[in-house]
Design a protein. Structure first.
Length: 585
């Protein structure tokens, strides 16, 4: 499968951040190349925990179903007594929450990262984009018009000569040791804990392992515990252990891994048969001082390194890429304001700073409790390193402080950045928050209610390539109504698009109290969909009462599933889109 002749974006690194950036850009119609230094796709169950916020991104990009099919959604934990065989304690890794109309995927899903990456690559290939293995970025220069990248092949020959590639933008998703951040001269700010030893993580094949739960051996203190976590693929499992010696290296020595496990677990019945991948990690808690310079951006591990505790890293990398991609797509189409791309740093850096705090807090619990604890900690779940709370599901992660966010209902305090993970924000959804789902919506454009039996959801209507304007109107769509005035205002922005693909899709959401279908307006010069909120989930989820005296609220949802604006009329719509597209009607 050939690469585009004139790509607009070069992505360096084919991990989760790079793949999601490529997939999102390709869906936007942006020509993209993605290269990977390694000659093979890396095996290993790194980044196993997929949080609900990331599941929603995968759903919006059309890759969720195969990921869920391979996942574990209710892991059970088991800690053994010092003899290694008697069960000392069993508990749930996290509380399983039932799906709700506004949160259809409330629970984390455990899938090996290599399987997640393979599923995303398959979707990317169907869009005509193939990861180019064995291609390494060795340098680049940028100017006001673009980036010139130097690429070499790991197997140079006549068909793989060194390459000079000119692109509009470059995304460095090449990890903590990659070239992009270093070439930009960006600093990693934070700490490295040299005195805390190492955490060794190994992806293994195992025999005689009880695959019904995660199993933990050891009590307290560095280097005296070991954990085995089964994954869904065949006989694979992940071993995690803390070690003191800085020169402790396993590489792929199966006998050393077996010896280490047997010594700590007091077991000899579980046999390791193959090593897929081994990594040694030292507490290194840092993030870059900037996530972009000019036309070059960094995402994922290239921008932040941290403890794997808490299952936040891979998810934050995916969310980095998704935040950036729609903005780059508008820049490519010459529709973005000059400052739009700068909001990538503004919106993501506070979130990543808090993510480092959250994951480090859990790491510190391990330090005090050991790799495992044979009994529940005295402080309960709040102090248990092996229990996960709601905050880590990232449903509250927000960017309420962003300069392109407009909220006329709950205005943000200028310059204030607080409650980044959103759990203390109250019940009223705000601009900058995750856009809630809503079920039980009936499409009723020109259809009698009794004939409109098919229901949909807001997530089913949201687009990964266009803004969605939800017009919450408490009145019929009659001439002179606020809803029709808003629809005409919104229709203007689609005239800016260089193709037939809409920039904005408009959806009128009527309250169930209206009770009747609106009159069909025929050809009024714009397209829109009309949904009746039969069960009231949309109005409740967006904190709109739906009374006859209420203003006609417009909630504008960005392509990344974030609420860009909550406004009351055409002036608010214009204010928001002038900050994104740089034009006013």
């Amino acid at each position: 499968m050939s690469s585009p002749t004139h790509p607009a974006v070069l992505i360096v690194g084919a991990g989760p951040a790079g793949l999601i950036a490529a997939l999102s850009l390709a869906k936007h119609g942006v020509p993209v190349r993605i290269i990977e230094k390694s000659n093979i796709y890396q095996a290993g169950a790194r980044g196993t925990g997929i949080q609900p916020r990331t599941l929603e991104i995968f759903a919006n990009l059309g890759v969720l179903d195969p990921i869920l099919a391979e996942g574990i959604t209710n892991p059970r934990m088991r800690a053994y007594a010092p003899n290694g065989s008697d069960v000392a304690r069993e508990w749930n890794f996290f509380e399983v929450t039932e799906p709700s109309p506004c949160v259809p995927y409330p629970n984390p899903c455990m899938v090996p990262q290599d399987r997640t990456e393979a599923i995303i690559r398959g979707s990317l290939q169907r869009l005509g984009v193939q990861v180019e293995l064995g291609k390494e970025l060795v340098g680049f220069e940028q100017d006001d018009e673009g980036v010139t990248a130097q690429i070499i092949s790991n197997t140079p020959n006549a068909s793989n000569p060194p390459e000079t590639l000119r692109v509009g933008w470059l995304i460095g998703a090449d990890g903590a040791r990659g070239i992009t951040r270093k070439a930009l001269g960006l600093k990693l700010i934070g700490e490295t804990r040299d005195d805390e030893g190492y955490i060794v993580i190994a992806d293994l094949e195992a025999e005689n392992l009880d695959r019904s739960c995660w199993q933990l051996w050891g009590t307290k203190g560095a280097g005296d515990g070991v954990a085995l976590r089964p994954v869904t693929v065949a006989s694979r499992c992940v071993l995690m252990s803390r070690v003191d010696a800085q020169d402790f290296v396993w590489e792929s020595d199966l006998s050393k891994i077996q010896e280490h496990f047997n010594a700590l677990s007091k077991r000899d019945d579980i046999k390791f048969t193959k090593v897929n991948w081994v990594s040694k990690w030292r507490p290194n808690i840092r993030m870059a001082n900037k996530f972009s310079v000019g036309r070059v951006f960094i995402a994922g591990d290239a921008a932040h390194v941290h403890s794997p505790t808490g299952g936040q890293g891979m998810n934050s990398s995916v969310q980095d890429a998704y935040n950036l991609a729609w903005k780059l797509a508008l820049a490519y189409k010459k529709l973005a304001t000059p400052s739009l791309l700068s909001t990538y740093d503004i919106e993501r850096m506070p979130v990543i700073a808090e993510m480092l705090n959250v994951s480090t807090q859990i790491l510190d619990r391990y330090k005090s409790a050991g790799v495992t604890a044979a009994k529940a900690p005295e402080g309960g779940a709040a102090s248990d390193p092996w229990t996960r709370g709601q905050k880590l599901r990232q449903l509250g992660v927000n960017c309420r402080w962003s300069p392109i966010v407009v909220d006329e209902r709950t205005p943000a305090v200028e310059g204030e950045i607080s409650d980044v993970y959103g759990l203390d924000g109250g019940d009223v959804v705000r601009a900058g928050d995750r856009a809630p789902d809503a079920s039980g919506l009936i499409q009723i454009d020109g259809v009698e209610l009794e004939e409109a039996a098919t229901t949909t959801t807001l997530f089913g209507e949201f687009s990964s390539t266009a803004h969605t304007a939800l017009i919450f109107s408490s009145t019929q769509l009659e001439e002179g109504s606020g809803a029709l005035e808003l629809l005409r205002k919104l229709a203007y922005y689609n005239t800016l698009a260089p193709s037939d693909a809409p920039l904005v899709q408009s959806i009128v959401v009527l309250p169930s109290s209206l009770g009747v279908a609106p009159h069909s307006r025929g050809d009024v010069g714009f397209t829109r969909k009309t949904l009746l909120d039969r069960d009231g989930h949309a109005y409740r989820g967006y904190a709109i009462t739906g009374g006859g005296g209420d203003p006609t609220y417009v909630v504008i949802v960005r392509p990344d599933g974030t609420i860009g604006a909550i406004v009351e009329g055409p002036d608010g719509v214009e204010k928001y889109f002038s900050g994104v597209f740089g034009v006013a009607q």
